[in-house]
Write a protein that binds this ligand. Structure first.
Ligand code: CAA
Length: 293
C-alpha cells in the first residue's frame, strides 16, 4: 500500500512534532485538535520551528513553504476519511483513546493503518476498540520529535506482519531510526529510562548528592545530553509519575515505584519546566536554578 496521506490526532507537544516530521517527509498531513484556537496554536508552533530551521540554513524558504503547504489543520475527524495512516497523540487516558479510535474506525477506509503514540498504555487494549487490531501498531516518538532520531514501532500479538513491516518502513521514511518492540508496557526506552529517572530521585532523597551534582555526574561522567533531574523537568514530573504508576501496576516491581518526593512534587503542581518549577526554578528559563527542598 502506498502511503500518501497521514492524519495526526492531537497538535500538542508530541502531535505537532509528529505532524511536522510527516509533512517534512513529503506526506500530505492533516492534524486535528478539539477547537480552532488549539489548532492555530499548534500550527503556529510548527511554523516557528520551520522558521528556525530556515534561519539556521537547514531549510530554504521554498522548502518551508512546501512543508507548510502539505499541512492542514482541522477540528473534524471526518477529514481523516481518506488517510492511509492515522497517528494518535492525545491525552494518555485509555477511555479517551478507545473512544477516539472507535470513531475513527467508522470514518476511515478499511485499509487505513492506525497507530498510537502512547508511551505506557497497552496497544492491545487500545486496538480492541476497533474492528482492525491486525492493522494497529504503536509508533512511539520522543520529545522534541523533530530532533530525536528514534521511533519505537510496537506490534501486538494481533498485528499483521505485513502491516508491521510497512510501519517500520514508514518510520524510516519519516527520517527516524525505527526499532522493533513488543507490546510490553514501557516498550524498550521507558523500561530502561523510567527506573533510571526514579533512581535519580531516590539518590536525591537519600542525600547521595545535590540536584546539580547528580545532573552533572550523568552529563559529564556518562555523556548524557541532560542530567536525569533536568530530563525529569523536561519530560514533566506529572507525565513521569503517571507512566511509573502504570508500569508499577503492570510489573509490581520496586524499580517502577514512584519515590515519595515525586508524588509530593506532582501534588504541589511542581511539574517541571512547563510549570515553571520542578527540580529547578525556571523564573529565568535561560538560567534554571536548582530548588532547595
Ligand atoms: N524543537 C525543535 N528543535 C529543537 C527543540 C525543539 N523543542 N529543542 C532543541 N531543538 C534543536 C535546536 O534547534 C538545535 O538544533 P541544531 O543542532 O540544528 O542547531 C538542537 O536541537 C540542539 O539544541 P540546543 O543546542 O538548543 O540544546 P541541546 O544541545 O541541549 O539539545 C536537546 C537539546 C535535543 C533537547 C538535548 O538536550 C537532548 O537530547 N536531551 C534529551 C532529550 C530526551 O531524552 N528526550 C526523550 C525524553 S523521553 C520521551 O520523550 C518519551 C517518553 O515516553 C517519556
Amino acid at each position: 500500500m502506498a502511503i500518501r496521506k497521514v492524519g495526526v490526532v492531537g497538535c500538542g507537544l508530541m502531535g505537532s512534532g509528529i505532524a511536522q516530521v510527516c509533512a517534512a517527509a513529503g506526506f500530505a498531513t492533516v492534524v486535528r485538535e478539539v477547537s480552532p484556537d488549539v489548532v492555530e496554536k499548534g500550527l503556529k508552533g510548527i511554523e516557528k520551528n520551520l522558521a528556525r530551521l530556515v534561519e539556521k540554513g537547514t531549510l530554504t524558504e521554498a522548502q518551508k513553504g512546501e512543508i507548510r503547504g502539505r499541512l492542514k489543520g482541522t477540528t473534524a475527524l471526518e477529514d481523516f476519511k481518506d488517510c492511509d495512516v492515522v497517528i494518535e497523540a492525545i491525552t494518555e487516558q485509555l477511555p479517551a483513546k478507545r473512544e477516539l479510535f472507535a470513531k475513527l474506525d467508522s470514518i476511515c477506509g478499511p485499509a487505513a493503518i492506525f497507530a498510537s503514540n502512547t508511551s505506557s498504555l497497552t496497544i492491545t487494549e487500545i486496538s480492541t476498540a476497533t474492528k482492525r487490531p491486525e492493522r494497529f501498531v504503536g509508533l512511539h516518538f520522543f520529545n522534541p520529535v523533530p530532533v530525536m532520531k528514534l521511533v519505537e514501532v510496537v506490534r501486538t500479538i494481533a498485528t499483521e506482519p505485513a502491516v508491521y513491516d510497512e510501519m517500520v518502513d514508514f518510520g524510516a521514511k519519516l527520517g527516524k531510526t525505527p526499532v522493533r518492540a513488543h507490546d510490553s508496557t514501557g516498550f524498550i526506552v521507558n523500561r530502561l529510562l523510567v527506573p533510571y529517572l526514579l533512581d535519580s530521585i531516590r539518590a536525591l532523597e537519600e542525600g547521595v548528592g545535590s540536584i546539580e551534582d547528580i545532573d552533572n555526574s550523568m552529563k559529564l561522567g556518562c555523556g548524557h545530553p541532560m542530567g536525569p533531574l533536568t530530563l525529569l523537568d523536561f519530560v514533566g514530573l506529572d507525565t513521569t509519575y503517571y507512566i511509573a504508576n502504570i508500569m508499577f501496576e503492570e510489573f509490581r516491581e520496586k524499580r517502577f515505584a514512584s519515590p515519595p518526593l515525586l508524588k509530593r512534587m506532582v501534588l504541589a503542581g511542581w511539574n517541571g519546566r512547563k510549570a515553571g518549577r520542578g527540580f529547578y526554578d525556571y523564573s529565568d528559563p535561560a538560567k534554571p536554578k536548582a530548588m532547595k527542598f
